[in-house]
Design a protein around this ligand. Sequence first.
Ligand code: ADP
Ligand code: MG
Length: 239
Amino acid sequence: MGTSVSIKDLSLSFGSVNVLRKLDLDISEGEFLVLLGPSGCGKSTLLNCIAGLLDVSEGQVIIKGKNVTWAEPKDRGIGMVFQSYALYPQMSVEKNLSFGLRVAGVPKAEIAKRIARAAEILQIEPLLQRKPSALSGGQRQRVAIGRALVRDVDVFLFDEPLSNLDAKLRSELRVEIKRLHHKLGNTMIYVTHDQVEALTLADRIAVMKGGVVQQLDEPMTIYNKPRNLFVAGFIGWSA
Ligand code: ADP
Ligand code: MG
């Protein structure tokens, strides 16, 4: 299997603070990779560099073999789902889903087709005419995922998409995101500080601390063979 996203020697500073330090990471085509680490370790910063929302200080971001380090977000083939839903409150769900496509000039019939497919996959068909204010938190997050889905992207980026939801919804949506990954087979990069989420969702987990990847392995390897004290402590391991 080929490489989907490749991060090479990536550094990023805010002023004099080095948030990412010569970070290397290769993510395979179709892989579900979880970036796991404590608050402030640079997870969102890394995701935003991949999305093209931050200028890197040094290094490269390569997506599907193309150097996109300085490419616009829209030219990267990525879709992003944030922690807060960022839906347009004045628009119906259907309009929220179609807005970006209309801006991009996608033909109407194609838009309708993509919305129907996303709505079916995410089971939001009955909600299409509602406004976001008439949705539950879980339904809103489904719509947010739907917006990435209709764009037909290669890579999905999730930044703590479930952290605003209660425990029950969190575990429900976790199952759904996993199902979505099985169904679509896209590369997914998923940021969380939640160990259980990481262990249940990931094909591989990259454990981060201080802007550096401490260990990159399959969940059971991370759990059974933590490479250092930090990883062991963070994953909740005890001898
Ligand atoms: P995480 O997502 O892992 O919680 P972030 O990537 O958001 O961490 O942040 C990493 C570090 O960078 C933190 O110390 C944070 O305070 C700092 N940081 C993030 N964004 C900015 C910014 N726009 N300006 C200055 N510092 C920032
Ligand atoms: Mg974050």
